[in-house]
Design a protein. Structure first.
Lengths: 318, 274
């Protein structure tokens, strides 16, 4: 077990290092801005005093390395700075929106993961049947559709033609759990459709890959029952690739959620980030970017750790 | 000729895909000829229904939707194409350099690419666009550089395989320079997988631009582009007017076409029979 533990610690260390590197890149990006950030954002006509105050606010009066350390220190203590647009602390803007985004993404994941795995396994077991072909064309099309196309079709059908679900998913704290669920049905459905398509295709490919390997053929030739071959021989080996598929697609939700939130005017982190980019509210954008980045890296990390644990071959590299 | 031979054996899905792409390219090239009005001309009322004068109705400020859709094809496809070319130029040259030079060059570029690939392109692009601001040239550079990381991975891997071949060794012993090796020995042999990848990358870039424009951060109005047109007209959907579905559908149409072809390409390349 010692080597597994060391491998996992090493992998987690790599993840943290990557996050660290990304924070440096973001910082250098702001740094490399042609001219002065303060003048760029405040405009040509800003008063010198305003510019000076703004520079102090962003700590632009310090040398770069000191500024980076100060910025990172604040970040680690949970101080994300102040919004340039309205002067409010970024933490206040981000906090509840982040919870909303997690709520939406988790609801989509709860539906999508079991559904996709089930469909993927069925399609792999009955390969080249009409079911497999139909589902393959359907998923290939869904993958090609941009998220907003799927979203608007769902709105046109379920909220304009049949007036069942709202086309704007505004949720707040006064609503009960079920009211919230009703409000997010359409964005949740959009995300589910897109993610299921990806996840199902990859699950199918992973299972087919295993079913084609020699040890499965061997088991069949020995005359073992089909269900036993699948449960005892194929399943343990499929676990690691399937866990990977789940984690990768949950990470994909991070991107999908940005666009879906904009379509449905959902008060989440993605919506906030897009608004802040057009306002060029850099502290807010950086905070959102770092949150999304850490979730993404965290999910990939989880996938790696789980596959190290579930796959004995990975425990002894080389 | 080999292409036509391959086409004759292709499954029906791939042929449909090819037809879909050709239709889009024709629309993009012939836009000024076919389009009944000009790109930004206001010709009618807001959100007029389909009629013989306006095939697909009008948009949120009374421009002809059919005309906008044709010009949108032109702008969106052209920009996506330029970005993909740029991304391949950067990705391939960095990848080949890393593979032929090895050592520190390889190590530094590869680690940098690992970091850039560790988070989603959309998140990275949003942060960068917030910092540098927004215009078409900036958009092209930012997306091309982010996308070139994927091209780099592939071209480095392919070049690594070719680099150890005897004919490369022979050329090197002959005293040819790195640049010559890359152009005359590695590039011709690495071309087939890179061409297949081009289709995939184009599709990705195209969808990405559409998504950015939809978020209001890509190509700016009044230039017609499909993602932006969905955004501009999105309000119509709640009145039961389906105008925004036209450009959104056009995006889906083109990417489905490319994916049909790529799917078949991958199938052929993998050498599977069933």
């Amino acid at each position: 077990m010692g080597s597994v533990f060391r491998l996992i610690v090493k992998r987690i260390g790599m993840g943290i290092l990557t996050l660290f590197a990304i924070s440096i890149i973001f910082f250098l990006g702001v740094e490399a801005l042609p001219g002065d950030l303060a003048e760029e954002i405040l405009g040509q006509n800003a008063l010198p005093e305003t510019v000076a105050a703004f520079r102090k606010e962003l700590k632009l009066d310090l040398p770069p390395h000191e500024r980076y350390v100060a910025w990172l220190g604040d970040l680690l203590q949970g101080d994300l700075g102040k919004s340039l647009a309205n002067g409010r602390p970024v933490v206040d803007l981000v906090g509840w929106r982040f919870a909303n985004t997690l709520f939406l993404a988790a609801s989509a994941a709860v539906i999508a993961v079991p559904l996709a795995i089930l469909l993927g396994i069925i399609a792999a077991l009955y390969r080249n049947s009409w079911f497999d072909r139909a589902i393959s064309v359907a998923t290939l099309s869904t993958i090609s559709f941009p998220e907003f196309f799927v979203a608007y079709i769902l709105i046109a059908l379920l909220s304009v033609q049949l007036i069942i679900f709202p086309s704007i998913s505004n949720i707040n704290d006064q609503m009960s759990f079920w009211q919230k669920i009703h409000a997010i049905v359409l964005p949740c459905l959009t995300l589910t459709l897109v993610v299921v398509a990806h996840m199902m295709r990859q699950t199918r490919a992973a299972i087919i890959n295993i079913l084609a390997s020699p040890f499965i053929e061997m088991a069949r030739l020995k005359g073992i029952k089909r269900t036993r071959v699948i449960v005892m021989h194929a399943f343990p080996n499929a676990l690691s690739p399937v866990i990977n598929v789940i984690a990768i697609n949950l990470a994909y939700l991070v991107v999908g959620v940005v666009i879906v939130e904009v379509v449905f005017v959902y008060p989440g982190l993605g919506q906030l980030m897009v608004d802040s980019v057009s306002k060029r509210d850099i502290p807010v954008v950086l905070a959102c970017g770092l949150i999304f980045a850490s979730i993404y890296i965290g999910l990939n990390l989880t996938a790696d750790v789980l596959s190290i644990i579930s796959n004995p071959r990975l425990r002894n590299p080389r | 000729m080999a292409f036509f031979k391959l086409l004759r054996k292709s499954p029906i899905i791939a042929r449909i895909g090819l037809a879909m792409i050709l239709l889009n390219i024709a629309a993009a090239i012939l836009a000024p000829v076919i389009a009944p009005y000009s790109e930004t001309e206001i010709v009618g009322d807001v959100w007029m229904p389909m009629s013989s004068e306006h095939f697909l109705g009008t948009d949120h400020i009374g421009r002809d939707m059919f005309t906008r859709l044709l010009y949108g094809a032109r702008n969106t496809i052209a920009i996506a194409f330029v970005i993909t070319m740029f991304s391949f130029a950067v990705g391939i040259s960095c990848g080949f350099f890393a593979a032929t030079l090895g050592g520190w060059t390889d190590l530094i570029i590869s680690r940098l690419v690992d970091i850039l690939m560790a988070i989603p392109v959309l998140i990275f692009a949003l942060v960068v666009l917030a910092i540098v601001g927004n215009s078409i040239p900036k958009l092209v550079v930012v997306i091309a550089l982010l996308d070139s990381t994927r091209v780099y991975r592939l071209s480095r891997a392919v070049a690594m395989d070719i680099e150890v071949m005897e004919y490369v060794e022979a050329a090197r012993l002959r005293g040819e320079g790195t640049w010559w090796l890359m152009r005359h020995e590695i590039l011709p042999n690495a071309l087939p997988p890179l061409v297949a990848e081009f289709g995939l990358r184009f599709c990705f870039v195209f969808l990405f631009i559409a998504a950015l424009s939809f978020l209001g951060l890509g190509i700016q109005p009044p230039t017609a582009d499909w993602g932006g047109m969905v955004r501009e007209n999105s309000g119509a959907i709640t009145f039961g007017i389906f105008t925004p579905l036209w450009p959104a559908g056009a995006i889906a149409f083109l990417t489905v076409g490319v994916n049909f072809i790529v799917d078949w390409f991958l199938h052929v390349a993998s050498g599977l029979k069933d």
